[in-house]
Design a protein around this ligand. Structure first.
Ligand code: NDP
Ligand code: KAL
Length: 257
């Protein structure tokens, strides 16, 4: 327990179950004393979240539904948060989606619809939620999204999602410039491979896990708690001089040639 985020109201988007990166983040933010507001797309995820919160004795400030594919849903979610909570100090964006059949084979075979879907859910959504969240960040704040090395390098099978994450990381920089004048910082965490529901069944995931233990400087796997603590740091005043950046939480894998 620490008090890095005491009395801070923070919105967490993207808890699907106990393996979600956003759940690791939730535990770190709770340990830092934050008040937590959640958004889910699926009702099923909301039910899982409610159960997890109860099991861990975390009392949520609010849970609202939000489908980031739908502008109205985003506007309504943040309107409700504004009405019920008032000022917010942080936002965690931990949401991505691409069609499974486009996460293997050749990137050149990506369909127009599949390309736009990945960009829509995984990249544009950060722009849309920043626009609504900044209205509630009247005391300044922090926004943190989740990215992956496939944005910077060609990682087999990551394909259309790598291009979406490249756009997401560029958005982090442009958004950071926009909202810096309001005292709001925007950063990304680039996590190494973590076994989550999204990662389930995607080609090449197991190979990516095993190479971390062989080649990464720390020679150990990355877990949700490591990403959670790094995200809590970026949201806190300890990171007050950091914006528009990508922090790698990957056992150092990205520095190795
Ligand atoms: P999860 O499957 O646990 O989380 C993915 C979340 O995305 C789900 O909660 C899902 O919501 C949400 N989502 C998808 N579409 C929408 C939508 N239209 N509107 C709102 N929410 C939506 O996987 P992870 O925790 O692994 O993924 C979280 C983030 O971490 C992603 O951005 C991912 O790219 C990134 N990441 C993951 C890595 C890994 O190895 N796992 C590595 C690096 C980055 P719902 O549950 O309601 O469907
Ligand atoms: C090189 C790696 C191997 C895997 C390649 C692609 C991974 C893409 C991630 C993307 C988010 C997965 C999906 O969109 C899955 C989706 O098509 C099907 N799943 C679902 O619908 C579930 C039920 C819901 C909850 O999922 C979502 N997303 O809504 C990359 C590895 C090493 C690292 C990873 C997994 C990175 C990452 O970005 O997740």
């Amino acid at each position: 327990m620490n008090s890095l985020l005491k009395n801070k109201n923070i919105v967490v988007m993207g808890v699907a179950n106990n393996r979600s990166i956003a759940w690791g983040i939730t535990k770190s933010l709770h340990n830092a004393g934050a008040n937590l507001i959640f958004t889910n797309r699926q009702e099923r995820s909301k039910q899982k979240l409610e159960k997890l919160l109860a099991q861990n004795e975390i009392d949520p400030t609010l849970i609202v539904s939000c489908d980031v594919a739908d502008d109205e849903s985003i506007v309504n979610a943040f309107q409700e948060i504004g009405e019920k909570v008032g000022t917010i100090h942080g936002l965690v964006h931990s949401v991505a989606f691409a069609n499974r059949d486009e996460l293997n084979g050749e990137y050149a075979d990506t369909s127009r619809d599949g390309y736009l879907l990945a960009q829509n859910i995984s990249s544009y959504s950060l722009v849309a939620v920043t626009r609504e969240a900044k209205k509630l960040m009247t005391e300044g704040g922090g926004i943190v999204t989740q990215t992956y090395l496939g944005a910077e390098r060609v990682v087999p099978n990551y394909n259309v999602m790598g291009v979406a994450k490249a756009a997401l990381e560029a958005s982090v920089r442009y958004l950071a410039e926009d909202v810096g004048k309001y005292g709001i910082r925007v950063n990304a965490v680039s996590a190494g491979p973590i076994r989550t529901l999204s990662a389930k069944g995607v080609s090449g995931f197991n190979d990516k896990m095993s190479v971390i233990e062989e080649k990464a400087p720390l020679r150990r796997q990355i877990d949700q708690d490591q990403v959670g603590d790094a995200t809590a740091f970026l949201l806190s005043d300890m990171a007050r001089g950091v914006t528009g950046d990508v922090l790698h939480v990957d056992s150092g894998f990205h520095i190795i040639a």
